[in-house]
Design a protein. Structure first.
Length: 202
């Protein structure tokens, strides 16, 4: 059996060390990649939260929705915002709605009915005929009527398209951008609600 020359032995030793070094590099790269995966996910959460903080300024919405963003529960954040809008409309109008329902029942000689909720509530409150809340100062012009009708439709749309699906489906999912856009729309509608005029029929 022939023995390797010193040159051949040196070549083999160099190949062995080269293989070991390559394995170390690959192992190190794998460890580095594994370390980067959670940081990438963490960065996406931070970006979503930063976007929320930049665009949502209503303190009530921040209190209701921001915690869900920190836990990546984006559909829950959307749901809370839309439910809050519905609640605000109801609270702002319930006394006038109750008074109208009582007057109607009195005329019919019956008991007052249950106040409406959801899209039916929005339709009643922002109606063109006998509205409970009026967005413009008057409904005399076509532009005024268009604004009233448009915001009424937006209010109904938020309830029908956003609140109801997320309230009825516990597995509903939103991505961060979807949630922020919904909450931003609710934020605008809350501003409109705050400046709307309550119309009393008394």
């Amino acid at each position: 059996m022939s023995q390797d020359t010193p040159g051949q032995e040196f070549t083999k030793i160099r190949e062995i060390f080269s293989d070991v070094a390559t394995q170390d590099v690959l192992s190190s790269a794998g460890d580095s990649l594994e370390e980067q995966i959670p940081s990438i996910e963490e960065d996406s959460v931070h970006r979503a939260l930063r976007s929320f903080d930049d665009r949502i300024v209503d303190q009530n919405l921040i209190g209701l929705c921001r915690k869900d963003f920190t836990h990546e529960n984006y559909a829950d954040a959307s749901r809370r915002a839309t439910q809050y809008l519905s609640q605000r409309v109801y609270e702002q109008c319930k006394d006038e709605l109750s008074a109208r329902e009582s007057e109607k029942a009195k005329q019919k000689g019956s008991k007052p009915g249950v106040l409406k909720d959801g899209t039916a509530l929005m339709q009643q409150v922002f109606a063109l005929d006998n509205p409970v809340l009026m967005v413009p100062e008057t409904l005399k012009t076509q532009n005024d009527q268009s604004q009233q009708l448009g915001y009424g439709n937006l209010m109904q749309g938020v309830i029908g398209a956003f609140r109801n699906p997320r309230s009825h489906d516990v597995f509903y999912q939103d991505d961060p951008l979807q949630a922020i856009l919904i909450i931003e729309l609710v934020q605008h509608l809350l501003e409109v609600l705050s400046s709307s005029h309550l119309i009393s029929l008394k």
